[in-house]
Write a protein that binds this ligand. Structure first.
Ligand code: URA
Ligand code: SF4
Length: 226
C-alpha cells in the first residue's frame, strides 16, 4: 500500500469562493500537512477583508493555538505596541501566519509546549491558504514578520537581514509568488521586518534597539500605505 504523503498540501482544501468567512471555515478541515494532528485548532487570519495592509507571521504560538486567533499572545503584545508606536491601527489590518497550525514539541517532565519552527515543506504545504487570503483581501501592502514569513512571501533566497525595512516591489523576484501578473492580488508593495518575538528573545541590553528597529520598519510600512 502506498504511504500517505506527509505534506500533500492545502490546495485541495481551498474553496473557490474567495470571501474570508468561507476560507476560514474550510481551513478547519485542512489536513494538508501533518501539523493539524497535534494542534488544538487551525488559526486562520483575522481582520477586515477591506484591509490595505496584511501582516504575515510564522505560525500560531501556544496562546494562539488555545484561543484560535493570531498574535494574541506575548508576540502579539509586542506587535500591538509597535503598531501603536508607528501609527498603524491593528483593526484596519489583516493579520495572519505563513502556517496555520501550531508546531510544538513536548519536553520531558513538563506540560509546556515548546515552539518549533515550521519546516520548509510545511510552509509550502500551507501556502495555498496564504495565497487565498491575499487574493481575498487584495491589500496595497504585504508585510512579512520574520524570516519564515519572508521566505514564504519572497522566496527562500530572500535575506531578511539585508532587506528588512526596504520597500520591496511586488510580485517578488523569487519564490512561489514570483511572476504573477502585475494586477494579480492587487498588491503594490512588500516589506519585511523582524518577528516581534525577536524583541522578546533579545538580550536585555539589546531589547530596546530591537524594538526601535521594528517600529522604524513599521513606519516605512505606514508611509507606503500613503
Ligand atoms: N507568532 C507568530 O508568528 N504568529 C502568531 O500568531 C503568534 C506568534
Ligand atoms: Fe493545513 Fe496549513 Fe494546517 Fe498544514 S498547517 S494542516 S497545510 S492549515
Amino acid at each position: 500500500m502506498p504511504t500517505r504523503a506527509k505534506h500533500p498540501g492545502a490546495a485541495q482544501f481551498v474553496p473557490s469562493a474567495s470571501d474570508l468567512g468561507h476560507l476560514a471555515q474550510a481551513a478547519t478541515g485542512c489536513t494538508g500537512c501533518d501539523l493539524y494532528e497535534n494542534a488544538t485548532q487551525v488559526v486562520f487570519g483575522r481582520g477586515p477583508q477591506t484591509a490595505r495592509l496584511v501582516f504575515v507571521g510564522e505560525q500560531p504560538g501556544d496562546v494562539e493555538d488555545t484561543e484560535g486567533a493570531p498574535f494574541v499572545g506575548p508576540a502579539g503584545g509586542v506587535l500591538d505596541r509597535a503598531l501603536r508606536d508607528s501609527g498603524i491601527e491593528r483593526g484596519d489590518t489583516y493579520v495572519t501566519n505563513a502556517v496555520k497550525h501550531f508546531r510544538w514539541k513536548a519536553v520531558r517532565g513538563s506540560k509546556r509546549r515548546i515552539h518549533e519552527k515550521p519546516s520548509a515543506g510545511q510552509s509550502t504545504a500551507c501556502r495555498p491558504w496564504l495565497a487565498a487570503e491575499l487574493a481575498a483581501v487584495r491589500p496595497h501592502l504585504v508585510v512579512a514578520l520574520g524570516a519564515t514569513a519572508a521566505g514564504s512571501l519572497f522566496g527562500a533566497s530572500f535575506r531578511l537581514t539585508q532587506h528588512r525595512g526596504e520597500a520591496l516591489s511586488w510580485p517578488p523576484e523569487t519564490g512561489d509568488f514570483a511572476g504573477l501578473a502585475g494586477s494579480e492580488l492587487g498588491i503594490e508593495h512588500g516589506l519585511a521586518t523582524i518577528h516581534p518575538s525577536a524583541v522578546l528573545r533579545a538580550e536585555p541590553d539589546e531589547r530596546q534597539a530591537a524594538y526601535d528597529g521594528l517600529v522604524a520598519d513599521l513606519q516605512v510600512a505606514r508611509e507606503l500605505l500613503g
